[in-house]
Design a protein around this ligand. Sequence first.
Ligand SMILES: Nc1ncnc2c1ncn2[C@@H]1O[C@H](COP(=O)(O)OP(=O)(O)OP(=O)(O)O)[C@@H](O)[C@H]1O
Length: 493
Amino acid sequence: MEPTSPPPPPQLPAPPPPKSWSIYTRPEIIAKYRIHERVGSGAYSDVYKAHRLSDDLLVALKEVHDYQSAFREIEALRVLQNCPNVVVLHEYFWGEDEDAVLVLEFLRTDLAAVVRDGKKKGGIRGGEVKRWMMQILSGLDACHRNMVVHRDLKPGNLLISHDGILKLADFGQARILMEAGSIAVDEKNTPPPPPSGEQLYIHHGAPTTAVFNFERGNWGRKKHHRSSTLGEEEDSLAEMTSEYKSRDFLDEMEKETTNTRDGNVSGIATGTASEFGDDDFRSPYSYVVDDVDDYDDRPQEGCFTSCVGTRWFRAPELLYGSTDYGMEVDLWALGCIFAELLTLEPLFPGGSDIDQLGRIISVLGNLNEEVWPGCVNLPDYKTMSFGKVENPAGLESCLKNRSSEEVSLVRKLVCYDPSSRATAMELLHDVYFSMEPFPVPLWELHVPRSNSEHDVDSPGGWYDHKDGFDSDFDDFGPMHVTETGSGFSIRFP
Ligand SMILES: Nc1ncnc2c1ncn2[C@@H]1O[C@H](COP(=O)(O)OP(=O)(O)OP(=O)(O)O)[C@@H](O)[C@H]1O
C-alpha cells in the first residue's frame, strides 16, 4: 500500500481581537482608521497608533476612560487649535456608553526621553536646551493667552515630533479660566453622526456649544458661558444635561463622576494621618484626581481642587491645599522642568506630598509672610508646621555648575509667591535666550527614537522613582515628622 501523506496541518484561526481593547470593535472608528498597537497609557487613557484610511495620515487615538478628563481635554484643545506648540486634535468620537476617543496628531517621543538620552550621552548641549525651553514657553504662552491652565505640566506631557517640534499635550486636567475669545464651531469638521439614533456628540467652542441631537437629526447650539468662575461653567453643563435628560448621557456621566469623587482627596488639605497613605490612590507617580469642588454646592463655586498635576511639579500653593490658584501653578512646574533639563535630575523628587513640601522648604527656606504675603491664609498653612530652616540650601545647590543666567531663569519660576513668577512671554524675552550658545535650529536637535523605549536601568532617573517611593515616612530624608492632634509637625535636624 502506498504510504499516505499526512494531512496538512490545520490552519490556525486568526487571533480574535483583544477583547478588552474595545476600540478595535467600534464601527465608527474602524470605518475611518486602521488601528495598530497601543503606544501608551495613562491614569485615564489608552493611546493607539493608527492610520487614517482616507489619506494614510499617522494619528494617535486616545481612548479616555474618564468623562471629566475627556471633556476638559477636548474643550482645551479646541480653544488651542492652530497653536504650533500644542498637540493637534483632528476630531473626536463620543457616544453613549462609550469612552471618548480623541484623534490626535501622532508624536513619537517626549521630553522625558530627551532627558534620559541626555543622561546616557553625558548631557544636552546648551543650544539644544534653549530650543526645547523656547518651544515649551511658546506653547505655554499660547495656553495662558487663551486662559487655559494646563495643571499637569511635566516632561512626559511635552511630546515631540520626529522633526523636533515640541507640543504641549495631555490636557485632561486643564481648565479654562474665562472666556477665551470666539472660536468658531466648524460643524463640517465634526465627527459624522453614528448610525444609532441614541447618541450625542458635543462640540465645544466659546461662546457656544454645538450639540448634535440624534432624535431631531440636527445640530443645536447651547450658549456656553465660559467664565472665571467654575460655578458658571458648571451651570452650562447643568443646562445641557437638563435639556437632554431623557437621553441621560451627560447625566449619567456626571453622576458617575460625582459618585466616584473623593471629598477628602486633598490629603494635605485635611491633614489626617490616613490621608497621607491615600495620597496616591490612582498612581504613585501621576497625581490625577477629580475636581472635588467642581460638583459641590454653591459655597464652593469658583474654587479648584488643590490635587492636580504630578507631585514633583506641584506648586507650593497646591501642596498647602489652595483652591484659589491660577496659571502660576504651570509656571512653577515649568521651573521644575527647566531645572531638570539643565541637570538631568528631577528638582524636587518628593516621595509624598509632605516630603515634597519638605524638599522645597529645605531649598527655598520656610514659607512665611516675608516671602509670600498672605501665605498664612493658605488652607493648610496652620495644619502643618515645619521646623525653622536656618540655612536653606538655595536653588544654586540644585543647579551646580550651571551659569548665573540659568539659575536666575529657574529662580524666576521656582519662587513661593505666585505673583512673583515670570510669565511665559516675559521669559521668552529673557536675556538667557539671546546669549551664546544660541538656541539651535530645530533640525539640529537630537530627537530620541521613541518614548516607549524607557531605559529602566538608568540610575537615579525619572522612572526609578515611579514605584515604591511613596507615602513612606522612612523615605523622607533629613526631617522628622510627628503627628499632632490637628495635623503634622515636621522638624529638620
Ligand atoms: N499624540 C500622541 N502621539 C503619540 N503618543 C501619544 C500621544 N498622546 C499620548 N501618547 C502616549 O500615551 C501616553 C498617555 O497619554 P496621556 O499622558 O495623554 O494620557 P493620560 O491618561 O492623560 O496620562 P497621565 O496619567 O500622564 O495623565 C503618553 O505618555 C504617550 O506615551
